[in-house]
Design a protein around this ligand. Sequence first.
Ligand code: OAD
Length: 254
Amino acid sequence: MNIDEGTIEAIASVLAGAERITVLTGAGLSAESGVPTFRDAQTGLWAKYDPAELATPEALARNPETVTRWYDWRRQLIARCEPNPAHAALAALQRWAEGNRVRVDLVTQNVDGLLQRAGATGVVELHGNIHRWRCAATGRDVPDPPLPFAEYPPRTPEGTLLRPGVVWFGEALPAEALAAASEAASSCDVFLSIGTSAMVYPAAGLLHVAADNGARTVEINAERTPATPLVDIAVTSRAGEVLPRIVDRLSRAV
Ligand code: OAD
């Protein structure tokens, strides 16, 4: 959808008036890089694959080869993708903020590391990172896992199973990341929700925490979500089209 300049300016002006901005991103942020989302009809991963068979500790125990092959396939796909203009705009927002005594916390549900590759710093990864793998028994990280693995399921030199360093259904989020995200949501004066279906908790609850603490809220998403009626400004559009315009407008305004 073509978003008018007035909406871009309204969001830029909300950001310009903030001292602390918290951004929550989801799979939609990386969609324009070619990374599949989860819940989009037809193209979303969960439209083709059953998460119960791939994204739970029980699935790994039942079928380690299938699970690790699938995650290695995604890891290889992501390694071939490049950050897109939406990632670059968020990194640029951070740089703008540094020069203007504004704090920007980037919180992501994405496991692809593309925000960091675009130059963003201090990214809080709520759902882990697909490039990190760890021993399924001890939780110990394996440094630099080969890409791809030579065999499936991959194992440590001691022979124990490896698993991807992502959060699965039924697992707790990393405590430090969740604490940082909760603090950032409760202490910001502007909260942006970008490219997320706003359906998976606790991440989806961060917007509510921010709003309850008085933050202005903005959503940028390709389609309406359960968060759309709750936010102050909702933009139904692709992040890669809208975010660069907002950050550009902001940089010119100050
Ligand atoms: P979803 O796939 O649930 O939602 C992605 C949202 O992005 C959808 O609402 C799309 O309409 C929107 N979208 C698609 N392309 C876009 C674009 N170019 N610009 C803006 N929006 C776009 O992904 P998440 O909300 O991230 O969990 O899903 C949350 C969690 O569910 C994921 O982290 C994953 C999944 O199960 C784990 O892996 C633990």
